[in-house]
Write a protein that binds this ligand. Structure first.
Ligand SMILES: [Mg+2]
Length: 115
């Protein structure tokens, strides 16, 4: 089981500023049975509203400095966080997540990537 956490601003296409992560990618992760959610600086309620607006059912909404709580809540083999800043990287690595910069995502099929 893989868990994928997305930052929102600068990462998701509906963030401010918009990032490059599309709903396609999120749906693909869900179809593969991954645990999917967001860890952003935005209030959790606002994150939930954004997902609802785009009709995506997520497993969690959290904050990047609380990724450890997500780890505790969802036992998984692999934890991945995708974001656009060094702060994302800092908290992801602190909490044992593999981190990918949104502007440096591996191509589909690359070794070690989630697809
Ligand atoms: Mg961001």
């Amino acid at each position: 089981m893989t868990l994928v956490s997305f930052d929102i601003d600068g990462t998701m296409f509906f963030g401010d500023p918009p990032g490059t992560i599309t709903l396609d990618l999120v749906h693909k992760a869900k179809q593969l049975g991954y645990i999917v959610g967001s860890a952003s600086d935005r209030p959790r309620r606002n994150q939930q509203e954004l997902w609802d607006e785009h009709r995506v059912e997520v497993d969690f909404v959290s904050h990047k400095h609380h990724l450890d709580q997500i780890r505790e809540r969802f036992p998984a083999k692999r934890y991945v966080h995708i974001g656009d800043t060094d702060v994302d990287k800092y908290f992801a690595e602190m909490h044992g997540f593999d981190f990918y910069f949104v502007h440096e995502l591996p191509e589909a099929g690359s070794e070690g990537w989630i697809f």
